[in-house]
Write a new protein. Sequence first.
Length: 258
Amino acid sequence: MARAIALCAAALLSLLAAATARIPGAYTGGAWQSAHATFYGGSDASGTMGGACGYGDLYSQGYGVNTAALSTALFNEGLSCGACFEIRCADDPRWCNPGSPAVTVTATNFCPPNLALPGDDGGWCNPPRPHFDLAMPMFLKIAQYRAGIVPVSFRRVPCRKRGGIRFTINGFRYFNLVLVTNVAGAGDVVRVSVKGSRTGWMGMSRNWGQNWQSDALLVGQALSFRVAGSDRRTSTSWNVAPANWQFGQTFSGKNFRV
């Protein structure tokens, strides 16, 4: 009897360990690193709308002006879309604001290289330079306008979002293009799967930015989505879209714990 109880306990501990390995705790961020920062988009950040991550209107999507475009070294071909960074001006007392205040921004765009200019004189986003082109209101929180460019310290931090992950379904009958936004935790997305009420789980492919594609016929089925971040955690939103969903609609699902 005692041996059976011990075996059951061992099996339970093994299952718990496996679950922990598959789904680690809340995202904790990364170490401080060095980069530089500039600004774009105007004083109201209207010039930052749209962008290479596909988020469109950053105000209506909940990102506001707390955004940045990343250089090639940080953008990682779009895999960094949605990641959050804490940034502070560093080692430039002439241009850094007093007290070195920090801002937290979400990666929403790509800062393209300008290979006609050297990396230390205009080609700020050239590889392999880590660089942030901040929405202007964010830059002015850490440095003075006349600086133009400042050295910064930065680190990945957990994304804190209100509400659930949002899934905006675009496309047509045999082409489903799902924009994934408002992702908490690691913020970025490395894998998305979709399940219709009459199908199994199917992997989606990244079309561009955070637009994910499926060529399956899903019209008329309730849809579930599974999202995986770079920290290996997954979030499953069951039947988030009812069977009568329409293209152009947005549905809110389960977000990551922070």
